[in-house]
Design a binder for this molecule. Structure first.
Ligand code: SAH
Length: 342
């Protein structure tokens, strides 16, 4: 009999495989890396018997680790079929230690955004839920934190999470389950290129994550050139979908805007973006373009002065604005630069 990958099995499913003891406890043993020993989950004799008979405990293998000078690390994982994905571990030592982990949801990506390195790979395949969870657990086992209290998760690695929404929702069910790692849904951010059908599906998730949307242009004419998905779901439809998104009280939607020098970084674009945002409760996250070493690329990093003028205009228009200084720029771990050569 083929063994079931264990990393996305919920307690009921462990029970259905014939586990007679406390399946919630066993689920915790698998999900909580704090209880693992060097090799992985420490299991009782009964649990070991179940594992030997019916479970596959193989984790995505860490095959590359590239530390950045800023303390973050880009990790490369090999999956069972040899496919590779990347994730980024970003500790931040403010008052309390916290770590943000950037996860991949697909091998490659089908969205074809013209400024993004992952798009060059095309879509190789979706990640299964157990691969999404396994990616995280392998990373936490190696680099910490072992407790969810210190963890934030962003689905901003390779892939479009809402193009693989069923697996992402299942990963949320597992990661947020209090008997397991118990990540607070408000500490998970799903970032989308504007996949409206996926948004509608995600809205029914048992655990509702934070939402980030890559807007990147405020006219369809420009956005279509940067992001082919705009042809399917233009800005008006995306805006309507965001209005319908079931926000928690005080929740804001993050609107990402990659600032491309000379393309979308003028103040008139900032004006149009503010018009499009309207009364949506939001925070704009301006991301200065990260070059990724393609000489033929038409895109340039924006001038510091344009970043200032662009954000200042948004601010004057009543928008909340932050500028994302991408981590790991020296090791190709920055936003939009994750890609694994075929
Ligand atoms: N597919 C999802 C998840 C990826 S998140 C999405 O599009 O939201 C990656 C973020 O980095 C997106 O906001 C994307 O617009 C941005 N990005 C892509 N390429 C970039 C680059 N070269 N420099 C800076 N940001 C980039």
């Amino acid at each position: 009999m083929k063994r079931a990958p264990v990393w996305d099995l919920l307690p009921d499913e462990l029970r259905a495989l014939g586990y007679r003891r406390d399946a919630g406890h066993l689920f915790g043993r698998f999900q909580r890396v704090a209880t693992w020993d060097d090799r992985g989950p420490a299991l009782s004799r009964e649990a070991r018997a179940l594992a030997d008979a019916s479970l596959d405990l193989a984790l995505p293998r860490i095959v590359g680790e590239v530390p950045s000078q800023d303390g973050s690390t880009r990790l490369v994982f090999a999956l069972a079929d040899g496919a590779k994905i990347e994730a980024v571990h970003m500790p931040r030592a403010v008052r309390r230690p916290r770590v943000t982990v950037c996860l991949s949801s697909q091998v490659g990506c089908a969205m074809g955004c013209t400024f993004c390195a992952t798009a060059r790979m095309g879509l190789v395949r979706n990640l299964a839920a157990h691969e999404i969870v396994g990616q995280l657990l392998a990373l936490l086992h190696r680099h910490g934190p072992v407790s969810a209290q210190q963890l934030s998760i962003v689905f901003m690695g390779m892939g479009e999470p809402l193009h693989n929404v069923e697996a992402v929702m299942r990963a949320l069910d597992v990661l947020c389950d209090p008997a397991g790692l118990g990540v607070a849904p408000s500490r998970v951010t799903v970032s989308t290129a504007g996949h409206v059908a996926g948004l509608e599906r995600l809205a029914s998730s048992r655990y509702l994550p934070e939402l980030a949307v890559s807007v990147n242009a405020a006219t369809d004419e420009l956005r279509r050139q940067l992001m082919p998905i705009d042809k399917k779901w233009p800005l008006s439809e995306l805006r309507a979908a965001l209005a319908r998104w079931p926000k928690r009280p005080h929740q804001k939607i993050t609107l990402e805007y990659v600032l491309l020098g000379g393309v979308n970084d003028d103040v008139a674009s900032a004006e149009r973006l503010a018009d499009w945002i309207g009364d949506l409760r939001h925070i704009v996250n301006v991301i200065p373009f990260n070059a990724w070493g393609d000489e033929r690329s038409p895109y340039r990093e924006p001038a510091e002065e344009s970043v200032r003028a662009f954000t200042a205009r948004l601010y004057e228009r009543g928008c909340l604005v932050t500028v994302r200084r991408s981590r790991g720029r020296d090791v190709r771990a920055a936003c939009g630069t994750l890609a694994v050569p075929a």
